[in-house]
Every structure is written in structure tokens, then in C-alpha cells.
Design a protein around this ligand. Sequence first.
Ligand code: ARG
Length: 253
Amino acid sequence: MNMFKTLAIATALCAGVAVQARPLADIQKSGTILLGSEGQYAPFNFFKGKQLTGYEIEVAEAVVKKMGLKFEWKTVGFDALLTGLAQDRWDLVIASHAITEDRSRAVTFTLPHYCSGGIIVSMKPEVAKAADLAGKVVAVQTGTTYLEAVKKVPGVKDVKNFPTDEAARNALASSRVDAWVTDRFVAKEMLAKAPKAGFRTGDMLFVEQVAAAVAKGNQGLADAWNKALKEAIADGTVGAISKKYFQEDVTCK
Ligand code: ARG
């Protein structure tokens, strides 16, 4: 194959990827951005009755308002969210995805809206550190960075994965597993809400930056989001939402 033919094919492939996502101009023309989330990950994204709410839901709505757009939420299982971007089912996903190398191959991440990490939660004081997980059964949500992190801990007896983080938590609550690895702020909220449940937090396994994602290469949309997010952080909007949910500022310092 000659060089021009190769180039032509490469260009066609790139164009093919680009037309799958709605560019910013199209979203602006329609006036409404389609946002995807999960709704089962309190206090970041969850349902209060029929109302989708939470830290990142409120942040997204504030950012979108600054972009001059209306929004419509779609909620599906965590697993389907990033692939839905490539299928053009929604324009942007905000569901506590950490920026990882692996995911960055498939989607374009925005700037982070919080910094956090995976933490060990158990009911026993002797299960608190990574080394304590040796010989233990650990619950995590499918498709998460927690699953990847626990897989790397030497000697773990079994990693049980669940479709939602809540289901992983329930497995610990009913002593079907020895530990649960989740987000440190999810754990903090859990402990505050149910102090008598017997949960105790141990060490953090890793830290991560959490961001929204758009279809791979939809840079115009990512740039507009980033500009509005920066404004919302600078004018205190995001800080106020953070204080409301966490009594502290969870944005990346
Ligand atoms: N931060 C973790 C990750 O990046 C967990 C995200 C879980 N999100 C959710 N909506 N359940 O994988």
C-alpha cells in the first residue's frame, strides 16, 4: 500500500471516530446536553426518592449552567457508562471515574472535580492494612479502580465483584466478605451515617483524580467543560457543594 493510501485510510478512521460524538456546536444548537451517571454511589451520585442528586450531580449542573446549556440525565449501570460515550448515548459521563491510562485510551477525560482514593473498610481491627488482606476475601464494585488495586495486593484469597458499590458494602455488612475497598469519602459518609454498623476504615491503598469523560477526541466539549469547571471552582460554587456533602473541600489541591 502506498503512503497516500495509508494516510487516506488513517484520515477516514479519525473522521469516523469524530462524527460519533456530538460536537459542542451541535449541543449548543440543541440547547441541551445529555449527561450520563449511575445514581448508586452516595454521596457522589444517588437518588433521593426520584431525584438524582449528589456532589458530582450538583457540580455538573452548575458547570452546565455556566456553559449556557440545559441538561438531561440518563442513569445506567456503572459498567455501561463509558462505552455509551462511543455509542453517542450521552455527551458526557460524570460518575466518579478516576483518570486511568486504560480508560484514557477509550475516552477523553476533563479536569478532575475531586481527588480521593481507595480505602480498606472492614469490621475487624486486624484487617486494616494492605498486608492484612492476605488470605482474605475482599468485596469491590465491578469495573472500578478498587478491583484493579485489590488484584495487585499479594496473597488476597478472593476478590468478589458486585454490580454496585452498595452491593459490595452489603456483602461486608452481612459478613460474607472480610473487607470492602471503596472511595475514602464514600466510607467516611458510611461511618458517619451508620456509626453502629461496626464498619472501620483502614489504610488507603492508592490515590486518584476523578473527572468527567467525553467521547474520545471530543476536545471542544472537554475544553468548554474545563473552562466552566475552573470558573465554578474559582467563584466558590464547587467549594460550597463540597462542604454541603463532605464538610470539607474535596477538590484537587
Ligand atoms: N473511583 C472509582 C473508579 O474510578 C470508583 C467509581 C465508582 N463509581 C460509581 N459511580 N459507582 O473506578
